[in-house]
Design a protein around this ligand. Structure first.
Ligand code: HEC
Ligand SMILES: [Cu+2]
Length: 331
């Protein structure tokens, strides 16, 4: 009981809904629990009933067969069909509510989320739909209005799930799926990949922040400003170009400094606004001063098997310089 009750609250509890889709799912959940309890009680009563002591009535084989048939048709066909149809009628509007159907007025905000082993890429349309704003492992959304999440994957199947807002929905490579969710109030919600996707599936967390519309617009506007070109002086910049830029984008980074002599098919999270992220490694390490340098030295211990290669060949001082430079990346 204690173990089960521990799931009733917290930032990832479906029993603590924070939006219309999640509330609808919450009631489907209770209805299913209620119906299963009734079914269990009826079955239990019938089972006890079979122990009743009584005279065996004399029946002809024909009568026996008729009674048997009645149980098979009634209990084996009618009862399940009726209960499942009832449940379906109750639950269908819930699923429909998460479809990206046209709204009476305006359009839902569109945010694209791409699953990677084992992190989240989040893209917002740029101004006039031009040029995306790209970030990772942190999803910012407006509260009090519907948001359409356009989902896909860069490698294997992942699933997008913000338990307190509703879901979930598979992210399938080579294909787009969309789910509409809404947060009633501004707040912070936990999210987690919900489809086993390899060694670090559990280490694939997403920090979701719902904000007032104005704050959201301001947040996005800051990131829509075209990046200042980064000067090619500085040890950190050169070291980043040499060791990191093959996998990681930083907007405005000088092209000439990017050394890409490795043949790999790995991309890493966009680091343009890394200093403003609350965590590193998709939720495995809280962001604080020195956290990036620590991540660079220990990420294979913090998140074993993750797809960023170890950097043992780079000296600690250089990693610390890169770390400090990246931590200042906050638009
Ligand atoms: C071969 C590609 C590759 C190279 C080279 C690489 N990384 Fe990464 N990096 C990744 C991948 C993949 C991840 C995602 C790991 C995860 O969370 O599963 C990552 C994650 C990170 C993160 C965490 C980002 C976040 O939002 O949580 C930081 C910071 C980072 N890398 C910095 C660096 C720096 C600095 C260097 C150079 C010293 C570097 N990386 C070199 C692939 C690479
Ligand atoms: Cu997963």
């Amino acid at each position: 009981m204690a173990g089960a009750l521990a799931g009733c609250a917290g930032e990832m509890s479906i029993l603590d809904p924070a939006g219309p889709a999640a509330s609808a799912q919450f009631w489907v959940w209770w209805a299913m629990l209620g119906v299963s309890i009734v079914v269990a009680l009826v079955l239990f009563t019938l089972w006890l009933y079979t122990f009743r002591r009584r005279e065996q009535p004399k029946r002809t084989p024909r009568e026996e067969q008729r009674i048997m048939l009645r149980w098979v048709i009634g209990g084996g066909v009618l009862l399940p069909v009726v209960s499942i149809v009832a449940l379906l009628l109750f639950a269908a509007p819930t699923g429909r509510g998460m479809l990206p159907l046209p709204l009476p007025v305006g359009e839902a905000e569109l945010i694209e989320v791409v699953g990677h082993q084992w992190w989240w890429e989040v893209r917002y349309p740029g101004e006039n739909g031009e040029g995306d704003v790209v970030t990772a492992n942190r999803l910012v959304m407006p509260a009090g209005e519907p948001v359409d999440f356009r989902l896909t994957s860069a490698d294997v199947i992942h699933a997008f799930w913000i338990p307190r807002l509703g879901g979930k929905r598979d992210m399938v490579p080579g294909r787009y799926t969309t789910i509409r969710l809404e947060a009633d109030e501004p707040g912070v919600f936990g999210a987690q990949c919900a489809e086993f996707c390899g060694a670090q599936h559990t280490g694939m967390l997403l920090h979701v922040e719902a904000m007032e519309r104005d704050d959201y617009d301001a947040w996005l506007a800051e990131r829509r400003v075209p990046p200042e070109p980064i000067g090619d002086e500085g040890d950190a910049v050169r070291a980043f170009g040499e060791h990191c830029a093959a996998c990681h984008t930083v907007a405005g980074f000088p092209e000439a400094l990017i050394v890409d002599d490795v043949t790999h098919d790995i991309v890493g999270p966009d680091l343009t606004d890394i200093g403003s992220r609350p965590t590193l490694g998709a939720g495995v390490l809280p962001m604080e001063e020195g956290a990036i340098a620590y991540w660079l030295q220990h990420h294979q211990t913090l998140k074993p098997g993750n797809r960023m290669p170890p950097h043992n060949h780079v000296d600690t001082e250089t990693l610390q310089e890169i770390g400090a430079w990246l931590e200042a990346m906050d638009p």
